[in-house]
Design a protein around this ligand. Structure first.
Ligand SMILES: [Fe+2]
Length: 205
């Protein structure tokens, strides 16, 4: 199960949980840990992991607040972005890493471009949590420190485009015309996925 929570003005935080074991993971608590903590409490969920799709503070700022409330939870990030975080990750993930939250299987993809160590998460082969790699109708900025247009193009073409169409994309910001969408529809309509060459990709406004 996956719950999309709006935090701040347009960030999305996610709570991924197993309804049987009540185990849960929070992805990108952002500037407002109370949002995810309230959802965990209301649904009697046990926080096992806090996963950070990338190090930017609008996604990771209140990670420590979660750790303060649930000291046993483990912070999960990639090697590259993990060392840029204000907190030290407990678990480092890379391409192909997997974690289980009760019976829910999380598979990780390393998706550099917006940051050097951005990650996406495939949830039970049904959902794709994309952080700031892919938005509905767009992709993340590549002009911030550590960003790379070339790396983003490669990530979108080689990693994202090869995933199944029926995955539901859950982005890191509410920037699109809808809060989530099928990857198949995004492959057809998202200008950043439709670009066929790096040249074409670099000319997208
Ligand atoms: Fe970001």
């Amino acid at each position: 199960m996956i719950e999309q929570l709006k935090v701040g003005s347009d960030n999305f935080c996610y709570v991924i949980y197993c309804p049987v074991t009540k185990k849960a993971a929070v992805v990108d608590p952002g500037f407002d840990a109370t949002k995810s903590l309230q959802f965990l409490a209301a649904n009697h969920l046990l926080l096992e992991y806090v996963i950070l799709t990338h190090y930017h503070s609008d996604h990771s700022a209140e990670t420590e607040q979660l750790k303060t409330v649930v000291s046993s939870c483990k912070i999960v990030a990639s090697q590259e972005d993990g060392r840029r975080l204000p907190v030290k990750p407990d678990v480092i993930v890379s391409d192909g890493s997997q974690l289980k939250v009760g019976s829910v299987v999380l598979s990780f993809l390393l998706t550099p471009g917006h940051t050097p160590g951005g990650i996406c998460i495939i949830v039970d082969e049904k959902a794709l949590v994309t952080g700031d790699t892919l938005f509905i109708g767009d992709c993340g900025r590549t002009d911030l420190p550590g960003g790379s247009l070339e790396a983003m193009f490669q990530t979108l073409q080689e990693k994202i485009m090869s995933l199944p169409d029926d995955l539901v994309v859950f982005p890191g910001h509410d920037y699109g015309e809808k809060p989530f969408d099928s990857l198949g529809n995004q492959k057809r309509t998202n200008k950043t996925l439709c670009a066929r060459t790096l040249q074409e990709f670099s000319l997208i406004p």
